[in-house]
Design a protein around this ligand. Structure first.
Ligand SMILES: [Zn+2]
Length: 241
């Protein structure tokens, strides 16, 4: 019985570590994805800000062109003014010139505003670009580290799986089947130490008579409450496993 229990304790320790490594392995791709999403969000923001700056620039150029057109119209109107003879036409021409000047003034004010806004937009764009670049660098670094960790985990898992195979070979078939069934139904834990009469997994007290039987250790027993295979946890023979 001692040998069988020791094998099961070893097997359980192996399985617990395998489960831990598998959980860690699942975390890797999720962590990469999370960082990827953060980077994508920063890059989208940068694209939006860059688009804003570009359409702002084109509005600026368009307004400058309109001012240029008005200047051309103004020159023509002034030339026309010098060749006018009638008083009525002269007044009309003056009015036209005034109209053009007013329009030009409005556009000049708009250009000044556009130039002021441009500085703020450009600085936001620069900040976003720096942030996106920093995130990209961090992402590349993190991804490499995660990949390295994954490789180490794969190696560890292979080692543990070999260890498990050895344990399984040494354990007799029906006991192994019982262990595996329990493990499948009992949250991965098939064997439990009983310390001071209490099952260490489900925390229920074992009836004294059963506990005495367990201490004698001449047959395979299961916890009356959680049904896991139990052994006397204070038994020195099982301390090293
Ligand atoms: Zn129990």
């Amino acid at each position: 019985m001692e040998k069988r229990i020791k094998l099961l304790i070893g097997l359980q320790a192996c399985d617990v570590r395998i489960a831990e490594k598998r959980v860690q392995k699942e975390r890797g791709p999720a962590a990469v994805q999370k960082r990827e999403e953060g980077l994508a969000a920063a890059e989208t923001l940068l694209r939006e800000e860059t688009d804003k700056l570009e359409s702002h620039d084109s509005l600026h150029r368009e307004t400058e062109r309109e001012i240029q057109d008005l200047d051309d119209r103004l020159k023509k109107a002034e030339v026309k003014l010098s060749s006018i003879a009638s008083n009525k036409e002269y007044k009309a021409a003056l009015k036209e010139i005034e109209g053009i000047k007013n329009e030009r003034g409005t556009l000049e004010t708009a250009v000044i505003e556009l130039m002021e806004q441009k500085d703020a937009l450009k600085s936001t764009c620069d900040d976003n670009r720096k942030q996106a670049e920093a995130l990209k660098q961090q992402f590349d670094q993190d991804r490499k580290q995660i990949m390295r960790d994954m490789k180490i985990l794969d190696k560890d898992l292979k080692k543990l799986e070999n260890e498990r195979k050895k344990c399984c070979k040494a354990t007799d078939g029906s006991l192994l089947e019982k262990y595996d069934t329990l493990r499948g139904h009992k949250n991965g834990i098939a064997i439990t130490p009983v310390v001071k009469g209490v099952c260490q997994v489900c925390r229920m007290a074992i009836p004294p008579q059963k506990f005495n039987e367990l201490i004698r250790g001449d047959k395979l027993m299961t916890c009356p409450s959680c049904a896991r295979i139990m052994y006397w946890g204070e038994d020195e023979r099982y301390q090293q496993s």
